[in-house]
Design a protein around this ligand. Structure first.
Ligand SMILES: [Cu+2]
Length: 303
């Protein structure tokens, strides 16, 4: 039976996908950066599984397409044959993808809940407000509460202690941005008018980049922040330094959203393409604080 043979081939392809994903294999051109957060491995394994399933189906479908294009090409004297389809085949290729989707949904359900729904309770709270084209980071001051006059505000610099879970409350001042930490497998939209929470932690001391993964305007390409996992002592030292430089500005601003002017904006951006080793602690000079361009310059709206 032809249909049975097709089902058997599809089953073998699926088994191959599961096997490759379980073995942790990825195509050589698709190596991911080493995962840093405690849930990175779980995300990676679901990613690998989906990649192998869709990859194998993609190749099979494209090969069939090429075969049919050649096999049934136009030839003199041959008439087209009208067919209404094959019910058994329709049922197979409806049920098969449906089963795959349900299996993937069940597999990813627990990871999704762990990352997106259950926020850790013992976590440090940080508020991140995206704007064109910068990340405003707000830490609770000595009173331990956010949005009070003693908050500590930085621009494009997110430090946190290694091993400590951090819950980030994401906001946006203007358009939709996306808070992307590739090494932590975190990507979350920041939507105006909404507060969205994500959490992560770091296994090592290190320095990484925060990218914006949403095309958010002309300056999108340089909407870059820096993420640093410090030892707990270094973090306290850094926070105290920041409190010294930003406290007056933060106290003066009664609005809950910090302004980029709170940080020195006269330094050039860091050299592009320099990314320190994930394990090495790299000190971040204030030069990393890229200024945000005035919005009027970038956003000229035409009617
Ligand atoms: Cu953006």
């Amino acid at each position: 039976m032809r249909a049975e043979r097709k089902v058997r081939i599809a089953g073998l392809a699926l088994a191959a996908a599961f096997f490759a994903a379980a073995a942790g294999a990825l195509p050589f051109w698709m190596k991911l950066p080493p995962g840093e957060s405690s849930y990175a491995d779980e995300i990676d394994s679901i990613f690998r599984l989906i990649l192998w399933i869709t990859g194998i189906i993609f190749i099979v479908v494209e090969l069939l397409l090429i075969y049919f294009v050649i096999r049934y090409r136009h030839r003199e004297g041959r008439r087209a044959h009208y067919t209404h389809g094959n019910n058994r085949l329709e049922v197979v290729w409806t049920i098969f993808p449906a089963v795959i989707c349900v299996v993937l949904a069940l597999l990813s359900r627990r990871v999704w809940a762990e990352i997106k729904q259950r926020m850790p309770e013992d976590a440090m709270q940080i508020e991140v407000t995206a704007e064109q084209f910068a990340w405003n980071i707000r830490y609770p001051g000595p009173d331990g509460k956010l949005n009070t006059p003693d908050d500590i505000v930085t621009l494009n610099q997110l430090h946190f202690p290694v091993g400590q879970k951090v819950v980030v409350s994401l906001h946006s001042k203007d358009v939709i941005h996306s808070f992307f930490l590739p090494e932590f497998r975190v990507k979350q939209d920041a939507v105006p008018g909404m507060t969205t929470k994500v959490w992560f932690d770091a296994a090592h001391v290190g320095h990484w980049e925060i990218a914006c993964a949403e095309l958010c305007g002309l300056g999108h390409y340089r909407m870059k922040g820096f993420l640093t996992a410090d030892s707990p002592e270094d973090f306290q030292k850094w926070l105290a330094e920041q409190a010294g430089t930003t406290a007056p500005a933060a106290a003066a601003a009664s609005a809950p959203v910090p302004t980029p002017a709170a940080a020195p904006a006269n330094a050039p951006p860091p050299a592009p393409g320099v990314s320190p080793p994930p394990d090495g602690k790299v000190s971040v000079p204030p030069a990393d604080r890229t200024p945000a361009l005035p919005q009027a310059q970038e956003e000229k709206k035409s009617p």
